[in-house]
Design a protein around this ligand. Structure first.
Ligand code: AMP
Length: 525
């Protein structure tokens, strides 16, 4: 039997940890690095992941895929998919089931496959360090991920050859890392701003009990957005300088984006930074145009303040949902790489009226919490403390009713696991099927929410109103939605067909698993 680890599968970076002999180990690669870029570079014959792949980004952007997590579980038509399509050097196209696929060297990859390569890389790093086979993992996701995004993350684990023990919310994992082994009674806020997503969760921690009271977030608000916004400003200045439009020049955009991220990281330590790109643009005639600009914190703050303010609004809304005010909070945890930026720290500190707790490492806390949970789920040691995690569903589950309105069955912030039943009658004589469309989200209209699936129940032909089908919607501990139906009269399970379900088919997942497991790119440390 192999080991169980915790993996923080991030938009920008990933981290893997394990509990061994009662101690948490954050696994490092052969060069001692604790986190790995979630970047996958496809060669003609090999696949490389992590730091080496990130290095390839500038030389071979058309075959190097990053930020795949922003597309996982989404529809091709989503605005974010279209934005990535316009900005990326690799192809993004519509898969047969309506989800986005990447095209690299003429081959198609689902976002799950890219995440699968990242997870397989993390598994190999853990195996190299621990000297044992790793075959199980608790994998973290943003608390605000919806059902298709969670399902797709499970598929990514299977592709990587890992049994997914649990899908755990990132802020909950961070809270576990903070509270583990510290018998205490506190109400804490976890403010989690990573590379691609923002989450905030309010928890009550009482000894070994971790209870999420409310959570909210934005799955398209993270460091990538800061970098894209800054890159837009730099491109605009460069366009004015050389009197040339770069709207269709992805190489110039890529260079500016890279420069924007480096400038942001430098600005978190110093007041100003010199952006110096000797070859920001090379013309077809081979003439190089340089771009230099001194960016200071003040200008950067002016550009990105709307993004920071969005996170604060979400925090205020979550506090309202939890029916709490700032005085009720005992500790504020900041996690995610973006919380290293002073403006972000100051904004969170100002909002919550207290200094953030610095006892957790913002880059590792989520993986550490996942490792603790993995240990809890697999340990046979009676001494392991029986920690109880009570999480909530971040988004409401509803069904579409007449006029396209949404009838909420399970409201957001309901403790999970949970289930709710509803009885449906046939409306027409001799009707042979009942169609139920299930949505997730807070919009009052169905078209403002995410369609999870159309559930079609086959019913016996009878006069209208005579067939009663009890449909039970449940959300499991992973936040994944399940639907069951029982024909009330026959007292037997009614058959359900699920339509409009995107993502990879089980056969595709199995094939991708073989491809991923055959691709090897690291030499054990
Ligand atoms: P994560 O997904 O938590 O690893 O966060 C990654 C994001 O944090 C990326 O957008 C990074 O550019 C950003 N980041 C990492 N270190 C810093 C830093 N020192 N200052 C500002 N942003 C950072």
């Amino acid at each position: 039997m192999g080991l169980a680890v915790g993996i923080d599968l991030g938009t920008s970076n990933s981290c893997v940890a394990c509990v061994r002999n009662g101690e948490v180990i954050v696994c490092v690669d052969s060069e001692g690095r604790h986190t790995q870029p979630s970047v996958v570079a496809f060669g003609t014959r090999s696949v490389i992941v992590g730091h080496r792949a990130k290095k390839q980004l500038l030389h071979a952007p058309e075959s190097t895929v990053m930020s795949a997590k922003r597309l996982i579980g989404r529809n091709f038509e989503d605005a974010e998919v279209q934005r990535m399509k316009a900005r990326s050097a690799f192809g993004v196209f519509r898969g047969d089931s309506g989800d986005p696929r990447f095209r690299v060297h003429g081959k198609a990859y689902a976002p799950e496959e890219i995440s699968g390569h990242v997870l397989a890389h993390m598994k190999r790093i853990a195996e190299a360090q621990l000297g044992e086979v790793v075959d199980k993992a608790v994998i973290t996701v943003p608390a605000y991920f919806n059902d298709p995004q969670r399902q797709a993350t499970r598929d990514a684990a299977q592709i990587a050859g890992l049994e997914c023990l649990r899908i755990l919310n990132e802020p909950t994992a961070a809270a576990l890392a903070y509270g583990y082994g510290r018998a205490q009674k506190k109400r804490i806020v976890v403010y989690d701003l990573g590379g691609g997503t923002f989450d905030v969760s309010i928890l009550r921690v009482d000894g070994d009990l971790y209870e999420v009271i409310a959570t909210a977030g934005d799955t398209l608000l993270g460091g990538d957005d800061f970098d894209n916004l800054c890159a837009d400003e730099l491109v605009r200045m460069f366009e004015a300088q050389v009197k040339q439009s770069f709207a269709d020049n992805r190489t110039v955009r890529m260079r500016m984006r890279e420069a924007a991220e480096m400038a942001k990281i430098a600005l978190s330590e110093s007041e100003e930074v010199l952006i110096d790109l000797p070859t920001a643009w090379r013309t077809v005639q081979g003439v190089d145009h340089a771009f230099t600009y001194t960016l200071n914190r003040h200008t950067y703050a002016r550009w990105v303040l709307p993004l920071v303010q969005r996170t604060l609004l979400i925090c205020e809304e979550t506090m309202r949902s939890a029916k709490m005010n700032m005085r009720h909070i005992d500790a504020v945890l900041l996690v995610g790489g973006m919380t290293r930026y002073p403006l972000v720290r100051e904004a969170a500190q100002h909002l919550f009226g207290r200094m953030p707790d610095t006892s957790v490492n913002p880059d590792e806390a989520v993986a550490v919490g996942a490792a603790i949970q993995a240990h809890m789920l697999t340990s046979t040691d009676a001494m392991t403390s029986p920690t109880v995690l009570l999480d909530v569903t971040p988004q409401s589950l509803s069904i579409r009713t007449m006029g396209g309105h949404c009838d909420v069955l399970i409201p957001h912030n309901t403790p999970i696991p949970t289930e709710q039943s509803k009885v449906f009658h046939t409306a027409v004589d001799q009707q042979t099927e009942v169609r139920i469309a299930v949505y997730q989200g807070e919009g009052r209209h169905a078209d403002m929410n995410e369609l999870l699936g159309q559930f079609v129940l086959d019913v016996p032909p009878m006069p209208r109103g005579q067939v009663r089908v009890r449909v039970t919607f449940s959300i499991d501990v992973d936040g994944i939605v399940q639907v069951r139906a029982v024909d009330d009269k026959l007292a037997k399970e009614a058959s359900i067909r699920i339509e409009a379900r995107g993502g990879m088919s089980p056969e595709e997942v199995r094939e991708a698993q073989l491809d991923t497991l055959n691709a090897s790119d690291i030499t054990p440390a």
